[in-house]
Write a protein that binds this ligand. Structure first.
Ligand code: ADP
Ligand code: MG
Length: 251
């Protein structure tokens, strides 16, 4: 029996009377890799905002590992084990990938203190294995500002993983990447999915096909349908909300 990592019940989020999320129900088992798609304005970003505590429910609730998140601050939610990767990379460009990762694995998040003291052998090992996971061993000691957009995205994913979250939220990880970088990002997420629960919001349908097991489609703040990528793509309701165009064109 696998436990539910996330349970969302009748969740409504209103902005001045407009429901960005409307009676949304969503469940996810621990260890799942879930892809969330939906037309623009469907509520995907709001969905992540409410899980991370940036936005509070107007009605309904979000349970993470059985805990109602309502009374927790954003910081407390992060500490409970939810990590979010934003669309634009937030890495220190003047530091190397190794230094960026050392900062993330270090508990006391103070740039100067971390850079002035030597990492422990445990920290060094963790950083080395993260560099391997994200494919940046060869570039571990150049300034992060010299990395390609894709490499910066991988570094930021590594920095997120360094904080050992149980649930990783990833917002459009392949926007602006080359085809090859997109494919490698898919492999990275699949390998992280072996040991993490992950929600990926994505528009690129080829990428969705590469990584998706179960897909959730949001529409007007509610759950439209869920299933395999084939089931979802052939669902008449999905075809309709994408205005009769192929999801490739409208997502
Ligand atoms: P998606 O990410 O699927 O494109 P969003 O979650 O960003 O959708 O937005 C859902 C709807 O809520 C949109 O109509 C958007 O204009 C509206 N919305 C989002 N955030 C706010 C806000 N802070 N204030 C008012 N309306 C918002
Ligand atoms: Mg969005």
């Amino acid at each position: 029996m696998s436990a539910r990592i996330l349970e969302i019940e009748n969740l409504t989020v209103s902005f001045d009377g407009f429901n960005a999320l409307n009676q949304l129900n969503f469940n996810m088992e621990a260890g799942e890799l879930r892809v969330v798609i939906g037309p623009n304005g469907a509520g995907k970003t709001t969905f992540l905002d409410v899980i991370t505590g940036q936005v509070k429910p107007t009605a309904g609730r979000v349970l993470f590992k059985g805990k109602n998140l309502r009374s927790y601050s954003e910081h407390q939610i992060a500490r409970l084990g939810i990590g979010r990767k934003f669309q634009t990379p937030r890495v220190y460009l003047n530091l190397t990938p190794r230094e960026n990762l050392e900062l993330s694995v270090n508990r006391q998040k103070n740039v100067f203190a971390t850079l002035l003291k030597k990492p422990t052998s445990g920290e060094r090992k963790t950083v080395r294995s993260l560099l391997e996971t994200i494919g940046l061993v060869a570039k571990s000691d150049i300034k992060a500002g010299l990395l390609s957009h894709g490499e910066k995205q991988w570094l930021e994913i590594g920095m997120l993983v360094a904080q050992s979250p149980d649930l990783l939220l990833v917002d459009e990880p392949v926007a602006g990447l080359t085809d090859e970088e997109t494919r490698i990002t898919g492999e990275l997420l699949l390998s992280l999915a072996e040991s993490h629960s992950i929600i990926v919001i994505e528009h690129d349908m080829e990428f969705v096909r590469q990584i998706a097991r179960k897909v959730t489609v949001l529409h007007e703040g509610s759950l439209l349908c869920e299933g395999t990528i084939e089931e979802v793509q052939n669902d008449p309701r999905v075809i309709e909300v994408y205005l009769g165009t192929a999801p490739e064109d409208a997502a």
